[in-house]
Design a protein around this ligand. Sequence first.
Ligand code: PBG
Length: 298
Amino acid sequence: MAISIRKNNLIYPYFVVSGKEKKEKINSFPGQFRFSVDCLLKDINELDSLGIDKVLLFGIADKKDEKASSAYAEDNIVGFAVREIKKQFPHITVFADVCLCAYTSDGDCHLKSHANTLKALSRMALRHAEAGADYVAPSAIARGQVKAIRKALDDAGYQKTRIMGYSAKFASNFYGPFRNAAKSAPKSGDRSKYQLDYNDAKSALKKIREDVKEGADIVMVKPALSYLDIIRDAKRKIRAPLAAYSVSGEYVMLKYGAARGLWDEKKAVFEITSAIKRAGADYIITYYAKDIARWLRE
Ligand code: PBG
């Protein structure tokens, strides 16, 4: 069987907490952890030796408030993590997520006013850029977020910091384990006000086009498995490099099925990840990245 997935297609997500010697298990998210930076570096050492060279970082807030102020505080946890990673592993490409849901008291990705949301997201992106992130990845789905962040980065002299837009992000049922990890579940309601309806293929393409126009260097479709048609459409119609996020719910489905003996984990992961690549993803963000690298060696 020819395997088409390459290690350099893969991006591995990490959850970062403050403190030391922490590698916390996450409810309903087997095999994934919240790491303090010292432990994160050890894990990245392993990732590095497996030949994966791209990581996506999510911060977990110690303190939440109405302004999401720890998202863009000078001593924010993601900035600290990025600096330490870049010191030890300069060849690793670091993507840093830009969203407020882990930092707001109500778990909303946005602040009360649109203008303040864009300001907060821009300040957060700027913090990541100062720390040395290669990419910032806005996932709040606020209108004009890519444009605002691009301008803030350029104005501050960070023309080289690139942007991966969460361009077509659907209001999905499959984000549950992630929200446990990031402690970012909305306190009330869902995110259907700003995330796309799963039937709405048309808006997905429109959003991706808008992100390219606003200055995104990589565009993304999220989730992956239920949206292979969107990935294929985007690949055919849009020239920017394309990422697909195989989200936490997709990962746990595979994990739980394998744990029940319903399928062979490795074979099932290769089948699904190959499908995401076949549909057109240049990059695949997956919690299975390390396992895939290990299995590719066998
Ligand atoms: C934040 C965000 C979410 C994910 C990544 N960034 C969840 C959400 O919209 O609540 C989900 C990723 C996953 O499930 O693996 N806005």
